[in-house]
Design a protein around this ligand. Structure first.
Ligand code: CP
Length: 304
């Protein structure tokens, strides 16, 4: 495990269950509609090497709702384009007075490298195919708004699990709280080794089997270009794994449908599933704000 500045959030795998519950409890006390000055005078840098809409905007709204100043640095238009290294960028941001860095990067471990070398809190906003801890926390927060507890909950995770940092963080979190996770997709997206990610995980190639009796259906983004040259073609993927209203009927009546976004209607799910009463996709986005308020408050020692 990387030695990191206090308050850093690098992943779910090494977080204690009590820390996760503490963050979720704190998030319940956060109200973005009632700005407070908890982080007045603090500077939060949003350092994004990859595109983002939800994570970036909700961290910014979260920081500003608590009185912090935010600075956005993206690869395009910054000295990253001139070849400045990750650590030199970190040293620069520290020198201008950053109190926390929210980092999204295409390489697994980039936030850990930053946190091991720079003595300010680093928050992983998604690193390569590794982890997306704030997404897992907001998903957990959303599930607990609809279900009493994770214990025994049947969760089907469907789609490109192999490339998904969202799936990896979700599996770590769900397994800590006794949920029963089934991964579903073609071998290109769900290799057999995925079943060893956390103890007790199940794997199936059949969507109907994964969804039958499920309490939570978590759909993952599928990038069409990742199917190029693969055995399974886009039209086969859609035929076998797209979430339709008919397939949703196999789940429990009160099952919820989740997706971290961005969704592609007509690929991972049909438009009527995206917009149905069981879909909590928009709620996930909204819940990102209080959860990220809690993460930032903890990062700056204000998690009381
Ligand atoms: N869920 C998620 O990470 O979305 P963005 O890429 O838009 O931040």
């Amino acid at each position: 495990m990387t030695k990191a500045a206090r308050g850093s959030l690098l992943g779910i795998e090494h977080l204690e269950a009590a820390e996760i519950l503490g963050l979720l409890k704190l998030a319940r006390r956060m109200n973005p509609a009632k700005p407070r000055a908890l982080l007045k005078g603090k500077r939060v840098v949003l350092l994004f090497y990859e595109p983002s809409t939800r994570t970036r905007s909700s961290f910014e709204v979260a920081a500003k709702s608590m009185g912090a100043m935010t600075v956005l640095i993206q690869s395009s238009g910054s000295s990253i384009e001139k070849g400045e290294s990750l650590l030199d960028t970190g040293y620069t941001l520290r020198a201008v007075g950053a109190d926390a860095i929210v980092l999204r990067h295409p390489s697994a471990g980039a936030p850990h490298l930053m946190a091991a070398n720079i003595d300010i809190a680093v928050i992983n906003a998604g690193d390569g195919m590794h982890e997306h801890p704030s997404q897992a926390l907001l998903d957990a927060y959303t599930v607990l708004r609809h279900k009493r507890s994770f214990k025994g909950l049947q969760v089907a995770i469907v789609g490109d699990i192999y490339h998904s940092r969202v799936a990896r963080s979700a599996c770590h979190l769900l397994s800590k709280f006794g949920a029963r996770v089934t991964l579903c997709g073609p071998p290109e997206f769900v290799p057999e080794v995925a079943a060893t990610l956390v103890p007790g995980i199940r794997l199936t190639r059949h969507l109907e089997e994964a969804v039958r009796g499920a309490d939570v259906i978590m759909l993952l983004r599928v990038q069409k270009e990742r199917l190029a040259g693969r055995k399974i073609k886009l039209e086969d993927y859609i035929a076998r794994y797209q979430m339709t209203a008919a397939r949703l009927k196999l789940a429990k009546r009160d099952a919820i449908v989740m997706h971290p976004g961005p969704i592609i209607r007509g690929l991972e799910l049909t438009g009527d599933v995206a917009d149905c009463p069981q879909s909590v996709i928009v709620q996930e986005v909204a819940n990102g704000v209080p959860v990220r308020m809690a993460i930032l408050a903890r990062a700056m020692g204000k998690a009381r």
